[in-house]
Design a protein around this ligand. Structure first.
Ligand code: RBF
Length: 119
């Protein structure tokens, strides 16, 4: 009988990213985890034929800064793809809730406001 495992499953398709210029914006907060995620992103991109030399990495202080930095860099028109990477850890304050909400909306706006083909 076929079994089904609930959870995240990576897509199995093969893509050709050889023409893409990719921007990764990452945080300095929680760098140990973030840097592993960046490494994973680079490995996945290169496994889909993105040239390592076409992957550009910029860093920001924390997740709060991701939407602004991503938007500003995309406005330069050099990249067709942007990946924002940050990790929020729940602590004793409300920062997790505030930052997660703001950053999710901020990054969605960056995507919706960014003209395809020009950035
Ligand atoms: N930034 C993160 O990327 N992840 C966090 O878990 C995180 N936690 C924070 C907790 C507190 C109490 C504060 C003040 C900031 C935190 N930040 C975190 C940094 C935040 O995203 C931003 O860089 C700073 O608030 C400066 O705008």
């Amino acid at each position: 009988m076929e079994s089904f495992t609930k959870g995240v499953k990576a897509p199995t398709g093969q893509y050709n990213g050889s023409s893409l210029h990719v921007l990764i914006v990452k945080t300095r907060w929680n760098s140990e985890i973030v840097d592993s995620l960046v490494e994973g992103a680079i490995n996945t991109l290169t496994s889909h034929r993105v040239n390592r030399s076409n992957i550009h990495i910029e860093d920001v202080a924390g997740s709060y800064e991701l939407p602004f930095a991503t938007k500003r860099i995309l406005q330069g028109g050099r990249f067709q793809v942007a990946i924002a990477i940050g990790v929020l850890i729940k602590g004793d304050t409300m920062h997790f809730e505030y930052i997660a909400e703001a950053v999710s909306h901020g990054l969605m706006s960056v995507g919706l406001d960014t003209e395809s083909g020009t950035s």
